[in-house]
Design a protein around this ligand. Structure first.
Ligand code: CP
Length: 311
């Protein structure tokens, strides 16, 4: 498995060396950024052709889209945005899949795709990066999360990672489970019964029914947003009941380890999955995750587009 000149749809597409390479390159990009130096001093496109990236976002996004767009700019890749599907020929009846297939005929160097489902049929004509597919996977977010854990804890290996909340509908948690297990972490989750994942991927993962025990166990707590747009809150409990039982607030902050870190892939709905105190607690690295998105996504783009690496 390799993602060089290929699509990156799942964590399964990455080999071990590529995970290491992405983290090494992200570290270099982060350092260059802090020194206000160009990313092009670390790598260059190995082609005379101008590179462009089609950002095709069929679902809303803030972090993923903007970080990919800035990453493209920093690497000298021209970003072409396809965001408002209602002003496209989709409004005249063209299907989403047909639109994507049409746009591929314009031969972008890479497609960065946020998509509703996972059933998209991939041809090898243009590499596609999964920027969040429905409830399937969000592999670049998992890379960001593991990178952020490694920065804070030195290593992901043997760390106890608790995923808290709407695991059933979360593409982030599917990618994280795969990646964190490969990196040697111990993963568990705590969710309301109706939001327990059914995919066999999760069958041997510890499920805590008691929030307090799970919080005391964890070295890393990864909170997830309740994905109301996917289930319309027909999950057997109200938002208020969810908050009463699974919220990270003042009482819960006192239970977690002093060196535990708090993550959230975003967007975070303050007051539902966590309080303002939890969001801004000194153990919260949620804003670091957003910043790291730029470096991880730059590293992924440089790898897929086979940039020559100088650093
Ligand atoms: N984590 C994430 O995908 O955030 P956005 O929806 O804002 O891109």
């Amino acid at each position: 498995m390799s993602i060089v000149n290929k699509s990156f749809v799942s964590i399964d597409d990455l080999n071990k060396k590529e995970i290491e390479t992405i983290f090494q390159r992200a570290k270099v990009f982060k350092k260059l950024n802090s020194q206000k130096k160009s990313f092009k001093s670390a790598c260059f496109a190995n082609t005379d052709q101008e590179l462009n990236a089609l950002l095709f976002f069929a679902e809303p996004s803030t972090r993923t889209r903007i970080s990919f767009e800035i990453a493209c700019n920093k690497l000298g890749i021209h970003p072409v945005l396809f965001l408002d599907i209602h002003s496209s020929s989709i409004a005249k009846g063209e299907s989403l899949d047909e639109t994507l297939s049409t746009l591929k005929c314009l031969q972008p160097s890479v497609v960065i795709l946020r998509y509703k489902g996972s059933q998209f049929k991939f041809d090898d004509s243009v590499p596609v990066i999964n920027a969040g597919f429905g409830s399937y996977e969000h592999p670049t977010q998992a890379l960001i999360d593991a990178f952020t854990i490694e920065e804070a804890k030195g290593s992901v290996k043997c760390k106890k990672v608790l995923i808290l909340g709407d695991v059933l509908h979360s593409r982030v948690s599917n990618s994280n489970l795969k990646l964190l297990k490969r990196l040697g972490a111990e993963v568990a989750f705590c969710s309301p019964t109706s939001l327990i994942p059914k995919d066999p991927l999760w069958s041997d993962v510890t499920c805590f029914s008691n929030l307090n025990y799970s919080l005391e166990w964890a070295d890393v707590i990864m909170c997830l947003r309740i994905q109301e747009e996917r289930h319309g809150m027909s999950i057997g409990l109200s938002l208020a009941e969810y908050r009463d039982n699974y919220h990270l607030g003042w009482d819960q902050l006192r239970r977690i380890k002093s060196d535990c870190i708090i993550l959230h892939p975003g967007p975070c709905i303050i007051g539902v999955e966590m309080s303002r105190e939890a969001f801004t607690d000194k153990r919260s690295l949620i804003k670091n995750q957003v910043t790291n998105g730029l470096f991880i996504r730059s590293a992924v783009l440089s790898l897929i587009l086979d940039f020559k690496w100088l650093a």
